[in-house]
Design a protein around this ligand. Structure first.
Ligand SMILES: [Zn+2]
Length: 136
């Protein structure tokens, strides 16, 4: 199982408030067609399960209690395609370190957990890495 590293390399543009991004998250659509919304010149898919998880399950890590602070418009440094901007959610920990927030599978995929909103919870990247394939 490949885990998303806590320190992926992203190209960053603007930061946005949590409210702004979650208020534009499209909840009631499954397919990722026609869900593009413009943010300062970039068209971004807003029906992502990640945003839905943060909207419906909150923006606090279920494990350590770290609260997220903002979204950043970013794209993976390895992807040069211009249409790949998305929002990553971040919090700042007690060491003043920026921590990425993730959509965690409550029951891991490897144990039969499904890719659906009821099986997702908000977790910071550090806790997600520590959790591995356990069920919390
Ligand atoms: Zn955590």
């Amino acid at each position: 199982m490949i885990k998303q590293p806590c320190h992926s390399q992203y190209i960053r543009k603007e930061k946005y408030s949590i409210d702004e991004i979650l208020s534009k998250t499209i909840v009631d659509r499954q397919k990722k067609d026609n869900d593009l919304i413009e943010f300062d010149g970039d068209m971004i898919h807003m029906a992502s399960d990640r945003y839905k998880t943060f909207l419906l399950k909150g923006t606090t890590c279920i494990s350590c209690g770290l609260k997220a602070s903002y979204f950043a418009k970013e794209k993976d440094i390895h992807i040069s395609n211009g249409k790949t901007w998305h929002f990553n959610l971040y919090g700042i920990d007690e060491n003043n370190e920026e921590i990425l927030f993730t959509k965690d599978h409550i029951i891991p995929r490897s144990k039969g957990g499904k890719n659906e909103i009821n099986n997702y919870q908000t977790m910071c990247c550090k806790c997600n890495q520590n959790k591995g394939d356990k069920i919390l």
